[in-house]
Write a protein that binds this ligand. Sequence first.
Ligand code: AMP
Ligand code: ZN
Length: 487
Amino acid sequence: MTDASSLTLFNSLTRQLEPFQPVHEGEARVYSCGPTVYNYPHIGNMRAYVFADILGRTLSHKGYKLTHVINITDVGHLTDDADAGEDKMEKMAKAQSQSIWDIAAHYTQAYWADIKALNIRQPAKWSIATDYVPQMIEFAEKIAPNHCYELESGLYFDVSTVSDYGRLARAVTDEGEGRIEAVEGKRNAADFAIWRKTPAGEKRQMEWDSPWGRGAPGWHLECSVMSGDLLGFPFDIHTGGIDHREIHHPNEIAQNQAFCCAPEEACGLDVPANSGAKVWMHNNFLVERSGKMSKSSGEFLRLQLLIDKGYHPLGYRMMCLQAHYRSELEFSWEGLAAALVRLKRMIIVVERLGDVEAGDAGHPKLAPMLETFEKAIGDDLNTAVALTALEDVLAAKKVDASAKRAVVERMDAVLGLDLFGTRRADLRLRPKAAEITEAEIEDVLARRKAARAEKDFATSDALRDELAAKGVEAMDGDPLGWEWKLG
Ligand code: AMP
Ligand code: ZN
């Protein structure tokens, strides 16, 4: 028997699977790096939040009181993750001739719409970076004397002042981050900006006064400050996409060490809690066949594009769950269609259960499936195996509907496929480009049914052709009970 509460997670810091041991008895505090709201999120970005959601749901399911924070970065993130390039927000605002605040508001709303569409639970708090600037200045003042130095362009963090810099990335610190553009006077290539001064004679849309002059905080500083402020150092788990394992999170860790630890000798990362969070977790990328997913090249894969093409967003959630979060996942339209059919099949069975009340989940026939499920989800969030356990429950014979419902509800509380809140008909979205509405289709189908009842096959065939001409295929005798689909 596995202990239903057991949970093992992969810690990127140690590169090992570790049993989850909360900092505070019975609690789990989780911080997830949120989006930079200068553009719409692509579905790759959303994979990071589906992953964080599964983590949060699993922690709740295993009995921990969850506090989850996701931030919204509305200042400070440069076009290169390190210290080069322009501020992403400033750049977009200029390109669209709008204020940064309007840009941020628009794309934050768009992101939240995707969160909702993917049935991602609301975190305890959305922390907005620009709300924390005074706290960022305070944090920087505390670490500056021992860990920072000032240049004309800003206040920089000296990475040689903390032990084990870059361990998370397994980076060669001598070479720093290769990609960082040289900033005149930097002591180490990997040193990064804590505060970016506004160059003399320039004015930024977003700038604040600080002991180092007018300017804006560095991106890495934001996450250290918001996570520490809202969750308290050390907290349990920090998440992000795998790109953050290379620059953003090593820099956050260095800041956290500087902030939390004294004397410095005792601050090494052999004690994971010195990094500010005990566990650092990273989801792998969603990729396109052609390579990296990007907002600028080719078809911009936003969730809305999937919807416009007639794919229900929960089909994309299913697609994410079919892969392990630490594996790369290649996006394809065929893969998405297959994931949607899988979801459809589940929902059809759930609909057949009818409106029975959930009964006792302890049915002996379902116990082994529930155990497989618990074990899988507790084993570093193995959603792929958990899904098969769910399907086994749905397919189980001679089990009363109330017991089935109880077990399926329990499983779906973790997987979040909204099996009870979604009807089969909801999954059928009309592509934006379609020339015919559902009502028109239903009307033709009803007339066709009547014609067939009268054995008027000529009319029936003519009506089928009428639909076909508008791109609608009538699906007689479809095993899933679909009456039509769009070609
Ligand atoms: P950003 O808005 O660029 O800060 O990214 C938001 C989140 O998405 C971060 O956690 C990134 O690490 C993550 N991310 C970016 N691209 C991808 C991708 N293709 N697949 C999965 N996660 C990604
Ligand atoms: Zn972050």
